[in-house]
Design a protein around this ligand. Structure first.
Ligand code: ADP
Ligand code: MG
Ligand code: ZN
Length: 448
């Protein structure tokens, strides 16, 4: 116990992330094949381009590039006016061309950042566009161990987001990943489902001696992590493993490892000696890209309200708690549903609507906003006829000019007098707090 404590104080984890996000464009990155490959019959979404047949020419997918830049903008990146594609050469059967079309020194987006809840700023080095590879399936066929290749995924648009080594714990990494996932889902450019492989990541992990401000001279990259659970396990395992190596007076070797869930440990895959030289060079079949300022500002103008801004606005405008606002903005469709309900249900307190949605008393996938309002109204002792209520309120405001003026001049207690009048007009008893909210809304909106 004592020993662990001192070690924990002597090293700081240094973690940088490479995150891949598969875009949900209709077609692939450089051909017209359908990019919707999940669960399809192997090798049915292929053509000479994505099979890498000699002589086939790539044609970039404009929508994919636009979406890559939207992601970059959402992550506060700069968009350079010049960009290009490059060939990243390597030999592996999942890539039949012998190279991947990617971006090397001129990515579409640079120098972004994301804030996480502890106030820390995670810097994003670059966001670039590339193509996904085919999928190897290792199987036994007739008792023979074989590797099968499915090229349906080959050429699917892939965006890579690379951070600076700014993380210090698994918690920070997971929060960042959830933020990125939420942003790309808000943008509706990817499902970002880790289990389906739409979002994949490689953490790079090293340990820095506390007194040392330089980056460690080595890093361990862990490949193919496909769940938030494994991210956490991998990082925590690596931190402990590397600590033990330092304790033994050695320095961990720079290498690539993989997460082995069966044993709950990372496993060495390849080390420094085999380090890749990808021999990047400009892709000769795709002309470089020159953006104009106005093209970039056009893309900027397409930016939607992002999760953080929506969260802040919902808190401010509707007086929601952090907790409520967070749940309501977790998914964009929930926030839209909530605001639509608030807009239509003038007589129902905002908090009531929020509670119904948060406590899942209604299934927003299958129930219209109209149904929600009806359900809430019915569940209150007396159901309110929205239009009757509104017209009664309107009449009372019109007929009681003095009281209305008093109210507007700060004598808010006259609201009780006005409520009484509305009740009398309606000849029904309505929950006074609901009535009060409806009346206050109407008073705010009335002229004069
Ligand atoms: P490479 O050239 O090997 O791909 P990069 O410098 O491009 O290495 O960095 C790749 C990723 O590794 C980035 O996310 C970066 O933040 C991270 N990284 C770089 N140095 C370290 C380090 N010492 N410890 C942990 N992560 C690091
Ligand atoms: Mg790398
Ligand atoms: Zn194709």
């Amino acid at each position: 116990m004592e020993k662990k404590k001192t070690i924990a104080m002597r090293y700081t984890p240094v973690i940088g992330l490479e995150v891949h996000v598969e875009l949900k464009t209709r077609s692939k990155m450089f051909c017209a094949c359908s990019a919707d490959y999940f669960g399809r019959e192997p090798n049915t979404h292929t053509c000479p381009v994505c099979l890498g047949l000699p002589g086939a020419l790539p044609v970039p997918n404009k929508k994919a590039i636009d979406w890559c830049i939207l992601i970059g903008l959402a992550l506060n990146c700069d968009i350079p006016l010049f960009s290009k594609f490059d060939r990243k050469n390597y030999f592996y059967p999942d890539l039949s061309k012998g190279y991947q079309i990617s971006q090397y020194d001129e990515p579409f987006c640079k120098n972004g950042h994301v804030k996480i809840s502890n106030g820390k700023r995670i810097n994003i080095r670059r966001v670039h566009m590339e193509e996904d590879t085919g999928k190897l399936i290792h199987e036994a066929v007739d008792d023979q161990k074989v590797s099968l290749i499915d090229f349906n995924r080959s050429g699917v648009p892939l965006v890579e987001i690379v951070t600076e080594p700014d993380f210090e714990s698994a918690e920070e990494v997971i929060e960042y990943l959830k933020t990125v996932q939420q942003i790309v889902r808000y943008l509706e450019v990817s499902n970002a489902d880790m289990e389906k492989g739409n979002m994949r990541l490689e953490p790079n992990i090293s340990l820095r001696k506390i007194k040392n401000s330089d980056l460690p001279k080595y890093k361990v990259e862990v490949k193919n992590i496909n769940s938030f659970k494994f991210v956490e396990k991998t990082i925590n395992f690596e931190i402990e493993r590397q600590k033990k190596i330092f304790e033994g007076g050695k320095t961990p070797v720079q290498e690539t490892r993989g997460w082995g869930e069966a044993k709950g440990e990372t496993i060495s895959q390849r080390s420094k000696e085999e380090a890749h030289d990808y021999r990047y060079f400009p892709e000769p079949d795709i002309p470089p890209i020159h953006w104009t300022e106005s093209q970039v500002s056009h893309l900027k103008s397409q930016m939607i309200e992002l999760p953080q801004t929506k969260f802040d606005r919902l808190r401010r405008v509707y007086g929601l708690s952090d907790y409520d606002a967070e749940i309501l903005t977790k998914e964009k469709k929930t926030a839209i549903y909530f605001e639509e309900a608030v807009r239509l249900a003038k007589a129902i307190p905002t908090k009531t609507i929020a509670n119904w949605i948060i406590n899942k008393r209604i299934d927003i996938q299958n129930e219209s906003v109209g149904r929600l309002i009806k359900q809430i109204s019915m569940s209150h002792s007396s159901s309110i006829d929205e239009s009757k209520l509104q017209s009664a309120i309107k009449d009372v405001i019109k007929d009681n000019e003095k009281a209305v003026n008093d109210y507007k001049n700060g004598k808010t207690s006259v609201i009780m007098f006005l409520i009484g009048n509305v009740m009398r007009k309606l000849k029904t008893k309505i929950n006074p707090s609901i009535m009060k909210i409806a009346l206050e809304k109407a008073l705010r909106n009335s002229n004069g």
